[in-house]
Design a protein around this ligand. Structure first.
Ligand SMILES: *[C@@H]1O[C@H](CO)[C@@H](O)[C@H](O)[C@H]1NC(C)=O
Ligand SMILES: *[C@@H]1O[C@H](CO)[C@@H](O)[C@H](O)[C@H]1NC(C)=O
Ligand SMILES: *[C@@H]1O[C@H](CO)[C@@H](O)[C@H](O)[C@H]1NC(C)=O
Length: 202
């Protein structure tokens, strides 16, 4: 039996204490205090998709993590059934549950929406789109920032020698890659763990 635990407190999420706990405990991304039965059902529904994918991943091997990416602009990154990349403020939104797979050394990874089964891809012009078939446009480099956030830059494309990042603006929409900056808060995400058994230190 999987136990879902931990508190979810959006206003306090970015407080120092919470961030501290997050890294100490390796917390769970979705939490169940103050939730309606409908929300609970929706989350359990998401976890069915997770398990399915998870089994598949075991066959393929590789380091796979199940996460939500919560932006510093306060959105959960989603990939919908049309391959659109967007943000939601609903932490139970199944499209926000992501599979993050290490594809090579140096922090190169691929990010796939578990429900939609689309990979996030960035093309030469720096635009994000979902792709059903993985290719090297789907490779991102995970950058650990000093402030506990991570940033994800295209491993393939740069613009005038500058990295282009996955972003969610204040309005929860991706920016064009060429407008993105490592320092900009739209590029900053906290990967939030989703599963009890992933509480072990990676
Ligand atoms: C569970 O997922 C199925 C298929 O994605 C969907 O049709 C159904 O409405 C979901 N149920 C809940 C309670 O969210
Ligand atoms: C993206 O999210 C915003 C904010 O929630 C919403 O207004 C917009 O309709 C969404 N776009 C798509 C394509 O889902
Ligand atoms: C990049 O992706 C965007 C969004 O899907 C698309 O409109 C554009 O044509 C693509 N550009 C290239 C050069 O592939």
């Amino acid at each position: 039996m999987r136990k879902w635990r931990l508190t979810w407190n959006l206003p306090n999420l970015l407080s120092g204490l919470y961030v501290h706990m997050l890294f100490l405990l390796g917390s769970v991304c979705v939490t169940f205090s103050d939730r309606s039965p409908e929300q609970m059902a929706a989350i359990m529904n998401c976890s069915k998709h997770e398990r399915h994918t998870r089994n598949y991943d075991y066959m393929e091997g590789g380091d796979v993590r199940i996460r939500q990416l919560f932006s510093r602009t306060q959105w959960f990154l989603t990939i919908d059934d049309f391959g659109n990349i967007n943000g939601t403020q609903d932490p139970t939104n199944c499209y926000s549950i992501l599979e993050i797979r290490t594809v090579s050394e140096g922090g190169i990874l691929a990010i796939k929406g578990i429900k939609s089964q689309y990979y996030i891809s960035m093309n030469r012009t720096g635009q994000l789109q979902g792709k059903k078939i993985y290719n090297d446009n789907c490779n991102f480099k995970e950058v650990f920032l000093e402030n506990y956030f991570n940033a994800y830059s295209s491993a393939k494309w740069t613009r005038n020698g500058k990295e282009m990042f996955i972003t969610l603006s204040q309005k929860g929409r991706p920016l064009r890659g060429r407008k993105t900056r490592r320092e900009h808060i739209a590029s900053h995400f906290i990967p939030m763990k989703c599963r009890e058994e992933e509480r072990r230190v990676d």
